[in-house]
Every structure is written in structure tokens, then in C-alpha cells.
Design a protein around this ligand. Structure first.
Ligand code: NAD
Length: 487
């Protein structure tokens, strides 16, 4: 896909003037480079937004808020539905941009566009279900109405690993609720976000409702938003460390905060699981996006009675993975997003091996570019360092378990609580395990949990709030009630 089409798609964005404020794009005194992770080469230069741009973006969002909040739910719904249609029709261009700046395979990029577009469709459907309640006070004599209002101008901050889906998962509910937004995409992947801004404008989103400030100075730009009285909401997806920083900043003005943070998902296989299905699920749960997903299976806990069969099947699949640039349609796994990420993951493998882990299978990977060969590790001790943090790369460590109490202790021994996976023969066993896991989302005999109609989010230090489902819209609303004299 890295053909002239990709170059055209990038050129059309005019990313050097990629700061979007009040429907106008503008440049900046300086620009920053976006790289193709498969080659390390520069593919675009993007206007490097400043605090002044960030402030102008809030000016525009604040000006647009009154009118947008007053539009009818059906009007907002129709616009979001058009955005869905336009996005689906534009799948190839968007997938090419994702491949170019993120590096994931063509299949993964197309799947992301489909998933991302679904948030526009889902929230176009939710936008018109305005809800509310009418109640009678227990003592009588009073009636109560409960209603909802958009929270106000929302600051959205997104990561590089799903450059389309993390943007639409926030923009769609915000717009459905009647909020206006200022968005800061990750500096690694601003191009996809800019393309989505164009789609929203073509769908009929008025000027000023969606504003974007790409920047290399994330800390200062986002802090300026959190200090601005006109910003009433922050919705962040990224690492737990940055989430903590933003929550502290949000505390100063009690800004409504939604946090989608890091994960460390356990993947459990029981003695009576369908091992073939577990291997297929493990491939998806581990290797989608090269393992760079917050929901990625990070630790495989496999019952001793099936571990040999699981490792043989999983190992054969891992070794057969086609690793290469996204420009090659046959590539199943791309590079990691940056040289630093590739070095970090390679070092984690080396450290695990130095502490006794065994490389049970490994795929071939190109020597140039920011690639790490997909690797299956066995002989991993339950307290090994590689199990403690997000690997965020194509490495699968396998731990053997026999006693369910040990399994649950190990699986829950983490500050994270985002996703988990359970493969078990009997549904009641799977449910018992799932209920015992501290995870906001559990895939049962499935390697995927993401679904726009469901509440996506984490427990413990994996986050606050949920995205998707009905609750994703409520995160952008205030509840208001009227107490009405009745006699
Ligand atoms: P990151 O936290 O480094 O960056 C995320 C975003 O925050 C980027 O836009 C970045 O520019 C910005 N940022 C960085 N420092 C900032 C600061 N001091 N103040 C304000 N903004 C700042 O994370 P990443 O490396 O881009 O993404 C990977 C992380 O995101 C992983 O931990 C992953 O698990 C997590 N993630 C979570 C979910 C989820 O839904 N829970 C989804 C995708 C990714």
C-alpha cells in the first residue's frame, strides 16, 4: 500500500498546515517529522502546534459550543451517520495512512478503519436516545425530572497505536452528546487524525466543533487546556504514567476526566479448553497490531496438562508469521512504532532469557526498520520481570499453572486491570474465572474484546470511565434534575 497512493493521500492532507481551528487549517513556525516505522524515513512534516494554537482551538470550540449543543439529536445523529458512510467509503485511503505512519499490516489497518467507523455509526444511533426520567418523590408532593446536558468543551488526547479508532471513540460520543472538542493526536501518527477531521467536515460538522492541534509539546499544550476554565472535560487514552499526570492537573479545576490507560492482560487456558481454539485466539489477542494494543495478551497462563500441546500449536503459528513492511500485502506483522520501542522490547526478551526463559519459537524479521521478531517464551517463572509491565510488542511469555488459587493470585498481581482472556471447556468454569479476574473486559473463548456497543475500559490503574456502549456518551454529559412542586 506504500505506493504513490499513499504519497498522494499524505500530500492531500497538507499536513504542514495541519492545525485545524474553526474550520481553517494553519501552519506553525516549525514543523515536526512523521516517520515510516518500516524504513525510519520521513514521510511527512506536520505543523507543530503551540500553546497559542491550543488557546485559539479552545476559543473556537467554546464559540461553537452554544449552537452545537442546541442542535437536535437527530441532526447530530445524521451527521455522524454520514461520517460513518464517508469513512467506510474511504477505507483504502485511511488504511494507507495508518500503514504509513503506524506501520501495522494492511489487514490490521483495514480492520482498524472498520472498527473506528463503527463508533460513528453506534453513536449516531445513541445520539437520538435522549433518555431522562420522571419520578414521584417518596413523600409525594414533588415531582422530579432527570435530564442530561453536554458537559462542554472537551479536550481529547489520543495515542499512536490505534490512530483512527482512538480518535473516533472519543469524537463520536462527544459530538453525539452536543460537546465541541479540541483534539491532540499522538505526534507519531497525526496524519490519520487529520484525515478524520476532513471526513467530519465533509459530513457536515460545523466549523469550530472539531479542532485539532498536532504538536511535539504534548505536556504544555494539554496542560494549557486543563488550566483553561472553558474546558470542562478531558478524555485521555495512553499510558498509565501520563494518565496520572493529567488526573493531577484535572484535580485543580475538578475537570471531568475519562482515562483509558495501560493494560497487562492475562490469557488463561484451562485443562479442558479447546487448545486449537485457544491458539487461534492467542494469535489475535497477542499479535494484532504487532502486540501494540492496550488489550494485548501479555501473559499466557496455561494449565500443565495442555501446555505442551498449546506451545506446539502456538509455536508453529508464531514461527510462520510473515513479518515485513505494511507496503507488502503479504505482511501480517509490521515494525514497532519507533526505534526506542523496538529496542525496549528486544531488551525485555534478552532480560527474560538471561533469567531462564527459553525461546520456544521465533519468526523471521527484516534486519532494517524497527522490527522485532515475534517470539514465544517458555520456562517463564510466575514472578518474572517480563510479566510485570506492558510488553507492547510481539512477545508471548508462557507460564504453567496447576492450582487455580495460584493462577488467580498471579493473574491479578498487577496494578493493571484492563483486559483478560479465558479459554475453558465449561462455560461455568470460564465464568467463575472471569468473575475472579480484576479486568474490565474478559474475552471468553475469544481473543478479541473490542466492540463499539460494549463498555470498553479498565479497573484498577487501567483507567476511569468507559468508552463505547451507552455509557460512552454519558461520559460527555452532565446529569441535571428538576425538583417540581406538585401541590
Ligand atoms: P503515551 O501516554 O505516551 O501518549 C498518549 C498521548 O498522550 C499521546 O498523544 C502523547 O503525545 C500524549 N502525552 C504524552 N505525554 C503527555 C503529557 N505529559 N501530558 C499530556 N499528554 C501527553 O502513550 P502511547 O505510548 O502513545 O500509547 C501507548 C499506551 O497507551 C499504552 O500504555 C497503552 O496500553 C495505552 N492505550 C490504552 C488504551 C485503552 O483504551 N485503555 C488504548 C490504546 C492505548
Amino acid at each position: 500500500m506504500n505506493t504513490p497512493n499513499t504519497q498522494n493521500a499524505i500530500a492531500e492532507l497538507d499536513a504542514e498546515h495541519g492545525i485545524l481551528i474553526d474550520g481553517q487549517t494553519r501552519g506553525a513556525a516549525s514543523a515536526f517529522e512523521v516517520y515510516d516505522p518500516a524504513t525510519g524515513r520521513t514521510i511527512a512534516e506536520v505543523a507543530d502546534g503551540t500553546v497559542a494554537d491550543a488557546c485559539s482551538a479552545v476559543d473556537a470550540a467554546h464559540r461553537a459550543f452554544g449552537d452545537w449543543a442546541q442542535t437536535s439529536p437527530r441532526h447530530r445523529s445524521d451527521i455522524l451517520r454520514r461520517a460513518f458512510d464517508l469513512m467506510v467509503a474511504d477505507t483504502e485511503r485511511l488504511a494507507a495512512l495508518i500503514c504509513a505512519e503506524n506501520g501495522k499490516s494492511q489487514a490490521d489497518a483495514r480492520a482498524e478503519v472498520g472498527y473506528a467507523a463503527e463508533f460513528f455509526r453506534w453513536f449516531s444511533e445513541e445520539a437520538v436516545r435522549t433518555g431522562g426520567a420522571y419520578g414521584v418523590s417518596p413523600a409525594g408532593g414533588t415531582r422530579t425530572f432527570v435530564t442530561h446536558k453536554p458537559v462542554g468543551v472537551a479536550a481529547l488526547v489520543t495515542p499512536w497505536n490505534f490512530p483512527a479508532a482512538m480518535a473516533t471513540r472519543k469524537i463520536a460520543p462527544a459530538l453525539a452528546a452536543g460537546c465541541t472538542v479540541v483534539l491532540k493526536p499522538a505526534a507519531e501518527t497525526p496524519l490519520t487524525a487529520l484525515a478524520i477531521a476532513g471526513i467530519l467536515s465533509a459530513a457536515g460538522v460545523p466549523d469550530g466543533v472539531v479542532n485539532m492541534v498536532p504538536t511535539t509539546d504534548a505536556a504544555t499544550v494539554v496542560e494549557s487546556w486543563l488550566r483553561d476554565d472553558r474546558v470542562r472535560k478531558v478524555s485521555f487514552t495512553g499510558s498509565t504514567g501520563v494518565g496520572r499526570v493529567l488526573l493531577k492537573q484535572a484535580a485543580d479545576r475538578i475537570v471531568n476526566a475519562s482515562m483509558e490507560l495501560g493494560g497487562n492482560a492475562p490469557f488463561v487456558v484451562t485443562a479442558d479448553a479447546d487448545v486449537e481454539a485457544a491458539v487461534a485466539g492467542a494469535m489475535v489477542a497477542k499479535f494484532r497490531g504487532g502486540g501494540q494494543a492496550c488489550t494485548a495478551a501479555n501473559r499466557f497462563y496455561v494449565h500443565a496438562s495442555v501446555v505442551d500441546e498449546f506451545v506446539a500449536g502456538f509455536g508453529a503459528e508464531v514461527a510462520a508469521l510473515r513479518v515485513g513492511p505494511a507496503s507488502d500485502p503479504a505482511s501480517e506483522i509490521g515494525p514497532l512504532v519507533s526505534e526506542r520501542a523496538a529496542q525496549r522490547v528486544a531488551a525485555a526478551i534478552d532480560a527474560a532469557v538471561a533469567h531462564g526463559a527459553v525461546i520456544a519459537a521465533r519468526a523471521e524479521a527484516p534486519a532494517e526498520g524497527w522490527f522485532v521478531a515475534p517470539t514465544l517464551l517458555t520456562g517463564v517463572a510466575p514472578d518474572a520481570a517480563i510479566l510485570a509491565d506492558e510488553i507492547f510488542g510481539p512477545v508471548a511469555p508462557v507460564v504453567v499453572w496447576e492450582d487455580e488459587k495460584d493462577l488467580l493470585r498471579w493473574a491479578n498481581n498487577t496494578e493493571y486491570g484492563l483486559a483478560a482472556y479465558v479459554y475453558a471447556g465449561r462455560l461455568q468454569d470460564a465464568l467463575r474465572l472471569a468473575e475472579s479476574l480484576d479486568a474490565g473486559m474478559v474475552g471468553i473463548n475469544r481473543g478479541v474484546v473490542s466492540d463499539p456497543s460494549t463498555p470498553f475500559g479498565g479497573m484498577k490503574q487501567s483507567g476511569l470511565g468507559r468508552e463505547g456502549a451507552r455509557v460512552g456518551l454519558e461520559e460527555f454529559q452532565e446529569t441535571q434534575y428538576f425538583s417540581v412542586a406538585f401541590d
